[in-house]
Design a protein around this ligand. Structure first.
Ligand code: ACO
Length: 448
């Protein structure tokens, strides 16, 4: 199979959200801390009728319908998620309800889990399958689904929720440049979920930021090395049109791109002019640890990176800023944002993706766009995504109501023997929702 990659994309996020500005006032933090300090606009969350299973049922059904895909044409289904609903039964098996109904039970794949990286692992599995000898000619389907919720405190405003579905196959308008990949995997306790009775992670916020940037540096070095070996020339940020980052919150994305600029300056790459190289060169003697915490370097590199950030990164930031951290779905929601914003000019462009999952696992990889053919064209993907409409039809909750919902969800996590409010007034037609969890912890869903 040639040009294996992403043929189609669909995203679903809950219609319930809270404005970051309202949260700032409610939490009593200084004005601008969440909106400028973290760079976030709004946060989406699940109420008691939605969860990672209902969101993924909605995203998958919608993708199959809108692109006219017969469920029998799916040969592999992989889910990435770090939201644990069951320690044994995969989310994939819940999604099988869609395919069983259509008479297709011959579908490989289960769930992949490692913090926000599971979706990327699922994606690689599907792409590798289509590129392999075991491929049977059918499509792969990847689902990234997460509800990111934090205990009260500084991490809470970095929550979010969404499910992204990606159809995988040959002759894709978004093709993998599979040879260009750099990974960084290590052991760290930056963010983890050891308390199985709680949905909330244990998080060392500062450490997680450093781990993220360290993994970024390392992946970029590996990526550049492989590119240079295969292409016989140096890679720099000039060689990609867009950079898409896993987005826990936008400020970290700004810092990440500035970090690539710093890397390019130290590598004497052509993307950086001489004056900027000289200024950034002054920081070349810092040790790794020092360079991650040096304020002057951070400020200077962000300043130098600004025009390139506006061109190559800003178009990827819409959904992560509006929806929040979607864990496994964050990177692919950022990716969907660039399709939404730039679909008519993307053909021929290269996009570099950076996936990070705490604990930690990270990979930088590369994709190449072409126009594609209907229904798998960039224009049609943008039409199906319908980002503006999905954002506009949301319903804003007050911070008080958001906190109340979080409390209810804390009680419901891991619980049995309850029926939900079944209040589906805010859901759009076609959305799946949770109706009941019975005494044997079996979950039941319905479709609006
Ligand atoms: N106006 C403008 N900026 C402000 C204001 C204000 N009024 N107040 C604070 N800020 C800035 C700060 O200067 C800081 O900016 P900087 O990062 O450039 O230094 C930023 O806002 C955040 O303020 P802090 O005091 O550093 O924030 P805090 O420690 O309270 O929490 C954190 C931030 C650590 C990101 C927290 O939200 C968290 O733990 N989040 C979850 C972990 C996470 O997302 N990690 C990322 C990678 S791992 C993953 O994907 C889960």
């Amino acid at each position: 199979a040639k040009n294996v990659g992403i043929l189609a994309v669909e995203i679903y996020f809950p219609p319930t959200c809270v404005q970051q500005e309202a949260l700032e006032a409610h939490d009593g933090v200084s004005k601008g801390k969440y909106t400028i300090g973290l760079g976030q606009d709004c946060l989406a969350f699940c109420t008691d009728v939605e969860d990672v299973i209902s969101m993924s049922l909605t995203a998958v059904t919608s993708l199959l319908e809108k692109y006219g895909i017969d469920p029998k044409q799916i040969g592999r289904l992989e889910v990435g998620s770090e939201t644990v609903i069951d320690k044994s039964k995969s989310i994939k098996t819940f999604l099988m309800q869609i395919f069983e109904k259509a008479g297709n039970t011959d579908i490989e794949g289960v769930d992949s889990t490692n913090a926000c990286y599971g979706g990327t692992a699922a994606l690689f599995n599907c792409v590798n399958w289509v590129e392999s000898n075991s491929w049977d000619g059918r499509y792969g389907l990847v689902v990234c689904t997460d509800s990111a919720v934090y205990a009260e405190g500084p991490a809470r405003p970095t929550g979010g929720a969404a499910a992204v579905a990606l159809l995988i196959g040959p002759d894709a308008p978004i093709a993998f440049e599979s040879k260009f990949r750099g990974s960084h995997m290590a052991h760290a306790y930056d963010f983890y979920k050891p308390n199985l009775a709680s949905e909330y992670p244990v998080v060392d916020g500062k450490l997680s930021q450093t781990c993220y940037l360290l993994a970024l540096d390392s992946c970029y070095k590996q990526f550049c090395k492989k590119y240079e070996k295969l292409e016989g020339k140096q890679f720099s940020v000039s060689d990609a049109d867009y950079f898409v980052f896993h987005s826990p919150y936008n400020k970290l994305v700004q810092k990440s791109f500035a970090r690539l600029i710093f890397n390019d300056a130290l590598r004497n790459a052509s993307s950086i002019d001489e004056a900027a190289k000289e200024k950034l060169g002054a920081f070349s003697t810092l040790s790794g640890d020092e360079s991650y915490s040096n304020r002057d370097l951070e400020k200077l590199s962000q300043q130098i990176a600004k025009p390139l950030y506006d061109a190559k990164v800003q178009p990827t930031t819409l959904l992560p800023k509006q929806v929040g951290n979607m864990y496994t779905a964050s990177l692919y929601a950022a990716f969907a944002s660039v399709i939404h914003n730039k679909h008519s000019t993307l053909a021929g462009n290269r996009v570099v993706m950076f996936s990070y999952g705490s604990g930690l696992t990270a990979t930088m990889f590369s994709l190449r766009f072409s126009e594609g053919q209907h229904p798998f064209s960039l224009d049609n993907i943008a039409t199906v995504l319908d980002v503006d409409k999905k954002l506009k039809s949301r319903h804003e909750f007050t911070p008080e109501k958001f906190v109340e919902t979080m409390k209810l969800m804390e009680h419901r996590y891991g619980a049995n023997d309850f029926v939900t409010s079944k209040d589906i007034s805010l859901l759009s037609p076609g959305t799946y929702y949770l109706t009941e969890v019975d005494t044997k912890y079996r979950r039941f869903y319905d479709k609006k």
